[in-house]
Design a protein around this ligand. Structure first.
Ligand code: ADP
Ligand code: ZN
Ligand code: MG
Length: 492
């Protein structure tokens, strides 16, 4: 058995309106080369200017990852040639990145591990190359878009841990509202580094799997590498230090380029940008942007509301849904429903009916706040059905009418006449009417020695309750109906 070491480099697109060093819109999917200017096209002699919003978002992520923000942070030029980068250097950070020495705790799926964060640094993205047949096209709309790179220490050991790291980080940046986390579209992408060695021998020679655009591929690629590298060492061969790519069609990693020595990028401080010295006001604005971390919230939903780990993970996967849950639970409790009943009922609504509605309407979970069935209205429905004032079926029908009509459930239930009938005298009248039709059945139950407590008797009684419900459009309280039926059977 070998020991494995995994370190991740994750790039996230920050949701700044404009690019990081110029005023061009940071927009995707538009006509190629429509959001460009001399700065992001790298014309000679132009001056970059730092987008403070990008710096703030970057520092917010860094602080959420328990990083220290240095008293001075600056930019360097990272020099290399590539056609998608017109300046022949990328403005990045090297000696004093905006976030340093933090950590993230992995929790869940049987995993508990602290992963140290080496640094978070702000940089500009490159343009996009589009290869079509014999020509290559270049779109510079993406050139200069704010990119935050998060680099971990090689503290993980399995593909599963790395996958969890990506999922937790994705959830965090979405909670913070600084990145949409869309991996397929490249808003969050990862390079995974892995080496193996005999236990106690320290790091091995690393292989980098580049440009992974799903957390699943991170797991699959890394676990594939652990097996491939183990087989090499078993045969007495050495692992070649190289960059590989995950081939999702063949479920394997394949060599991309060899990287014997670290490339020399000739980093030097960017002379056109001043050193950034975060002042008290800036630091305050960063602290104000911090939110309860998703992992803390998942834990709190279990402790405070008694949700199971699975329920809490699902409800709090999106901040908007966790907010909705807590608002609805508070509203239901304010109407007198006990906490654990309120929590369970709301959780069930969220994870079944409301998920279903969102999927049907094509609304992302993050936009749950736009539903006409808002937390207050859901709470009303939950309280009414918990108290037996409306049947479960009618509550669901009412929910649909709330959605289509933008009105309160109490009004809808009253108008539709869906209020539960709980008046014993009214129910007794209906039971009497059923008795007139179904006298034989009453007689059969009565004649049975068990007085209707046997299986057949139960079935027949349920049938009679069903008839009462039928006659009242499902509105009669079934418990009251049943006890009146039993009284009749007993001859009272
Ligand atoms: P490079 O100089 O090749 O960019 P770095 O030291 O900057 O390498 O590390 C890049 C990433 O690779 C980090 O996430 C780090 O944790 C990881 N890493 C570095 N060395 C190893 C190794 N031997 N095995 C596994 N991961 C490693
Ligand atoms: Zn520009
Ligand atoms: Mg490096």
């Amino acid at each position: 058995m070998y020991q494995s070491f995994i370190g991740l480099e994750v790039h996230i697109h920050l949701l700044t309106k404009t690019k990081v060093f110029c005023g061009c819109a940071a927009a995707f999917g538009d006509e190629p080369n429509t959001h460009v200017c001399p700065v992001c096209l790298g014309y000679p002699g132009v001056l970059p200017a730092l987008n403070i919003e990008a710096m703030r978002m970057g520092c917010t992520v860094a602080r959420s990852l328990n990083c220290r923000i240095p008293s001075q942070t600056w930019f360097e030029r990272k020099q290399y040639f590539y056609p998608d980068m017109t300046k022949n250097y990328q403005i990045s950070q090297f000696a004093s990145p905006l976030g340093q020495e933090g950590y993230m705790d992995l929790e869940g799926k049987g995993i508990r591990r602290r992963v140290r964060i080496r640094e978070c640094h702000l940089e500009e993205d490159a343009g996009k190359m589009i290869h079509t047949g014999t020509v290559s096209l270049l779109d510079y709309n993406r050139a200069g878009v704010s990119l935050l790179e998060i680099v971990t220490e090689p503290d993980m050991e399995t593909g599963e841990e790395a996958e969890l790291f990506i999922r937790q980080l994705r959830r965090l940046v979405r909670y913070l509202g600084v990145c949409d986390g869309n991996m397929e579209e490249g808003s969050l992408r990862a390079d995974a580094n892995i080496s193996i060695n005999l236990p106690g021998k320290g790091l091995g020679r690393k292989v980098e799997i580049k440009n992974l655009n799903s957390s699943r591929f991170v797991r699959l690629g890394l676990n594939y590498e652990i097996l491939r590298q183990s087989a090499l060492l078993d045969q007495g061969k050495a692992v070649v230090q190289e960059t590989r790519l995950w081939n999702e069609n063949r479920d394997q990693t394949e060599p991309m380029r060899q990287k014997e020595n670290a490339q020399d990028y000739r980093y030097f401080p960017e002379p056109d940008l001043p050193v950034f010295i975060p002042d008290a006001a800036f630091l305050r604005s960063v602290e104000e942007a911090l939110i309860e971390a998703p992992q803390d919230r998942i834990r709190r939903l279990q402790e405070e509301y008694g949700l199971s780990e699975e329920q809490a993970e699902l409800v709090a996967d999106e901040k908007a849904e966790a907010d909705y849950f807590e608002e609805a639970a508070a509203a239901a409790m304010a109407r007198g429903l006990e906490k654990s009943a309120a929590s369970q009922r709301i959780c069930h609504w969220l994870l079944s009916d409301i998920r279903h509605i969102l999927a049907r309407e094509g609304i992302p979970i993050a936009a749950i706040g736009t539903l006409k069935l808002n937390p207050r209205r859901l709470a009303a429905l939950v309280v009414l059905s918990a108290g037996g004032q409306v049947s479960g079926k009618n509550a669901k029908q009412a929910a649909e009418l709330v959605l289509s009509g933008d009105r309160d459930p109490e009004d809808i239930i009253r108008e539709q006449g869906w209020e539960r009938i709980t008046d014993p005298a009214r129910i007794a009248d209906v039971v009497q009417a059923v008795y007139a039709d179904e006298g034989k059945i009453f007689a059969e139950i009565r004649s049975a020695l068990t007085g209707g407590r046997d299986k057949r008797g139960q079935t027949l009684k349920a049938y009679l309750v069903g008839r009462v419900l039928e006659r009242t459009g499902g509105r009669a309280d079934p418990k009251i109906a049943e006890s009146r039926i039993e009284e009749l059977i007993a001859g009272r």
